[in-house]
Design a protein around this ligand. Structure first.
Ligand SMILES: NC(=O)c1ccc[n+]([C@@H]2O[C@H](COP(=O)([O-])OP(=O)(O)OC[C@H]3O[C@@H](n4cnc5c(N)ncnc54)[C@H](OP(=O)(O)O)[C@@H]3O)[C@@H](O)[C@H]2O)c1
Length: 332
């Protein structure tokens, strides 16, 4: 008999930027702001934080563990991830990595342990390793990330034979990246009862509406901003979002509309938060219930921003081929 699936809250927060220098320009001087953002999240009722051994690398897990201990926060779920690097080939590699994450987090059990991305080689050994982590009591539930439909079905079956349910697939999903709706990914997860954790629900900050030609983001996001700001359909999408925001009171922001949209689609958003202001803003999305007409208007405006609606246009493309859910074996 299969063990019960993990009950996940309908909203979480992502901790990629907590420690990541390369993409997010982290330095230790930011720790105070990040900590205050974490506290605001917990006070505001956030009960799920997502991290990974790859973030920092390791720093994000360490900070999250430290914040949890120091704050004494209760009933908070921690999701972290195994990095399926090409040089890892054995099921024991997953157990070893899991123990490393436990140590950095300073805990004896991880609530949700996910395979971060498909390996370019063999993936089945990692599924076995994930099952081992579950059976050894190191983790309470297991999931995947950046997996396509075929792979979700395959791992569900393999784990199911051991009585272990696949709880989640963490994928990029936002008003700017709706490929999971087109490639059957979302439908597969809905059919199997696998929860979707929507990563980059703000499209790395773009959907906050704060990027302008006068104040573009720095670093790797600059190219994405440049491309977007040249696209007239992008301003139409922002106008549609502003229109929806205005229907929900003066204080409603575009970030809240973007996050509420992912929730209305039945996914669990895990927006990144770097300070108190962002935490309070993003948490406000939970009170926003978008009407069918509003969803339709947002869908229609988003569908026109086509330059981003495909894996080869994903801002993550350059990071690694293996992050591309379009790989043959993992295609829906
Ligand atoms: N599984 C995977 O492969 C994968 C990949 C990516 C992300 N993720 C997960 O998903 C989480 C979230 O995704 P993400 O961090 O890539 O992108 P995101 O949530 O779309 O954007 C987060 C960034 O937007 C800015 N921001 C957030 N809230 C804001 C607000 N209210 N007002 C203004 N700016 C705001 C912040 O950056 P600035 O302040 O610098 O603008 C923040 O770091 C990650 O932390 C990680 O846990 C997973």
């Amino acid at each position: 008999m299969e063990a019960p699936k993990l009950e996940l809250p309908d909203f979480g927060v992502g901790a990629w930027a907590w420690g990541d220098k390369l993409f997010w320009g982290y330095d230790e001087k930011q720790d105070q702001d990040i900590r205050a953002g974490f506290d605001a999240c917990v006070t505001g009722g956030v009960r799920l934080f997502d991290t990974a051994e790859l973030y920092g690398p390791g720093r994000s897990e360490e900070l999250l563990g430290q914040f949890l201990r120091e704050s004494g926060a209760k009933d908070v779920q921690v999701a972290t991830k195994f990095a399926a690097f090409p040089w890892k080939l054995d099921r024991q590699d997953v157990v070893k990595a899991c123990k490393g994450s436990l140590e950095r987090l300073g805990t004896d059990s991880i609530d949700l342990y996910q395979i971060h991305f498909p390996s370019v080689w063999k993936n089945e050994v990692f599924w076995d390793g994930l099952g081992d982590c579950f059976e050894q009591g190191l983790v309470k539930a297991v999931g995947v990330s950046n997996y396509g439909s075929a792979a979700v079905r395959a791992i569900s079956k393999t784990l199911g034979e051991r009585g272990i349910p696949l709880s989640s697939n963490q994928i990029q999903y936002s008003l700017l990246y709706r490929y999971p709706e087109l490639n059957g990914m979302k439908a597969t997860c809905d059919e199997l009862g696998v929860k979707i954790l929507a990563y980059s629900p703000l499209a790395l900050g773009a959907l906050t509406g704060k990027w302008t030609s006068e104040s573009p983001p720095k670093g790797p996001r600059a190219a994405l901003a440049e491309k977007l700001l040249k696209d007239s359909n992008w301003s139409t999408l922002l106008a549609a979002m502003k229109d929806v925001a205005s229907q929900h009171g003066d204080k409603t922001t575009l970030s809240q509309v973007a996050i509420a949209w992912t929730m209305a689609k039945g996914t669990i958003p895990i927006p990144g938060v770097r300070n108190v202001r962002q935490a309070e803003d993003n948490l406000g999305a939970r009170r926003l219930k978008l009407s069918a007409n509003e969803l339709q208007a947002l869908d229609a405006a988003a569908a026109k921003v086509t330059g981003f609606l495909a894996p080869d246009a994903s801002p993550f493309k350059s990071l690694s081929q293996s992050l591309d859910t379009k790989q043959a074996m993992y295609e829906a």
